[in-house]
Design a protein around this ligand. Structure first.
Ligand code: URP
Ligand code: ZN
Ligand code: ZN
Length: 468
């Protein structure tokens, strides 16, 4: 079996920071040595990590590759999206397989396996989006869980598309509780939102900025509280996806203070961007520039960002994932030129997450390095049944490792990023900190911004049931 020694670096896990030489045998971490007592050895490959941090590879628990939405498909597929993930230091993704309305779960899951198999650059797993919960599909959840898909997402938003009513949600939660599965919730009340959208359009309010004005934070707060209540009634753990609003966070804090198994993620766009970006009316696309920033829930007033950072520091929020759902401006976002409601919802981010969180989180003193590792890797691994194979640096774990150069400066630009989309929301931003090496199950896939892996290296990960 091939051996690799990562020598001279500082190992950073969610709890520890120490000098350590990491020995990899095959696809696993075999040992971690105190550098003073590393036995003499001739590894097949030695990586010099002096002055660098050795951290578990990122886990992005919320991506949408090749997702049909708004009359088009998200522009990254599993090949391009996982390659971009690897460039940015993310070695596992959990994507959302979709049950189409009126179809069974099997068909949705098979469709997603076919999209990913043989093309992914890094390991991948699936959550299952349920759009139809009935006796048959509730029963089917058991089979899906057996196959390692142990979390289910439901939508309180998007009536007529992905929306599930309270009865469906509650039924899925009851079944999740029996199966040890986790319910992920898009907690935003889409019924009044659709009325606000129709009213705005009637007044001729068609610009991208109306996306946030018609999705007020109270719609997210109400959805969050309702999801928490329904989950408490059903006795199942709940994970609120893409939490964006201060008032929604307060509901999560209350639930957690009461001891409920309530968890939540936020995303870089809610930490670094605001409704002012959505209101941009100058730039390459003129009055339509804001379309780049249309995602759901929408970008919020900037003051909420500090509340989210506080939540991350104090463990009220557990995870930062990306909700990577890119659409090109040309030919895709453009579908909404005449109406903000037709702009496909979503933003690119799978490649830029670690850059933004290191630069804007660790370097700015908002979170520690250990918390950085926890929210980008360890916590999602634990919540989604991947730990301890993924999410830490320890003997026996998969050798999914990022050797991180904390001083490496570079400028984020669509021209040099690898996501298949014609813009980045962070164009021109200089960041410090980047991976010098990314290893996926022991194999170097990225070295100094060069891809060394091959198409199809990534494997499907069967996840364990909820164990926290
Ligand atoms: O804007 C977003 N978030 N698009 C993807 C679908 C979802 O709601 O996660
Ligand atoms: Zn969502
Ligand atoms: Zn999403």
């Amino acid at each position: 079996m091939a051996t690799t020694l990562i020598q001279g670096g500082t190992v950073v896990t969610a709890v520890d920071t120490f000098l350590g030489d990491v020995l990899i045998t095959g696809d696993k971490i075999a040992a971690i040595f105190d550098p003073k007592s590393t036995p003499p050895m001739k590894a097949d490959l030695t990586i010099d990590a002096k002055g660098k941090y050795v951290m578990p590879g990122g886990i992005d628990a919320h991506t949408h590759m090749d997702m049909p939405f708004g009359g088009t498909n998200s522009s990254d597929d599993f090949e391009t999206g996982t390659l971009a993930a690897a460039f940015g230091g993310t070695t596992s993704i959990v994507d959302f397989a979709i049950q189409a309305k009126g179809e069974n779960l099997r068909k949705g899951l098979d469709t997603w396996h076919a999209k990913a198999e043989g093309v992914a650059a890094v390991d991948y797993a699936f959550h299952m989006i349920m759009t139809d919960v009935n006796d048959a599909t509730a029963e089917e959840m058991g089979q899906v869980v057996k196959e390692g898909v142990t979390s289910f997402k439901l939508f309180m938003a998007y009536p007529g598309v992905l929306y599930a009513d309270d009865g469906m949600i509650f039924r899925a939660m009851q079944r999740a509780s029996e199966l040890g599965a986790l319910i992920c919730m898009h907690a935003e009340n889409g019924i009044p939102i659709d009325i606000l959208i129709a009213q705005a359009l009637k007044l001729g309010h068609t610009a991208p900025k109306y996306h946030t004005l018609t999705r007020p934070q109270i719609a997210e707060e109400e959805g969050t509280f309702r999801a928490i209540c329904l989950a408490e009634m059903a006795g199942c753990p709940l994970y609120l996806v893409h939490l964006s609003a201060e008032r929604a966070l307060k509901r999560v804090v209350e639930a957690r203070d009461r001891g409920l198994p309530t968890y939540a993620e936020t995303c870089p766009q809610y930490l670094f961007l605001s409704d002012q970006d959505l209101a941009r009316e100058t730039g390459e696309y003129g009055a339509f520039e804001g379309a780049k920033f249309v995602c759901t829930p929408p970008l919020r007033p900037a003051y909420m960002q500090e509340e989210l950072w506080r939540g991350l520091r104090t463990h009220d929020l557990q995870v930062v994932s990306t909700d990577h759902c890119p659409f090109c401006m040309k030919g895709q976002k453009e579908l909404g030129r005449e109406s903000f409601a037709k702009i496909p919802n979503g933003m690119p981010g799978v490649e830029t997450r670690l850059y933004m969180l290191w630069d804007g989180g660790v370097r700015k003193g908002r979170i520690s390095m250990n918390r950085f590792v926890e929210i980008t890797s360890t916590a999602p691994a634990k919540l989604f049944g991947l730990y301890p194979h993924k999410g830490t640096i320890a003997p026996g774990a998969d050798a999914d490792i990022v050797v991180w150069d904390p001083e490496k400066k570079h400028t984020l630009s669509q021209k040099t990023l690898h996501m298949r989309v014609d813009y980045t929301p962070y164009e021109g931003q200089e960041v410090t900190g980047a991976p010098s090496h990314v290893l996926s199950r022991g194999k170097v896939v990225i070295e100094n911004f060069t891809y060394k892996g091959k198409k199809g290296d990534g494997r499907f990960m069967r996840r364990a049931t909820f164990g926290l």
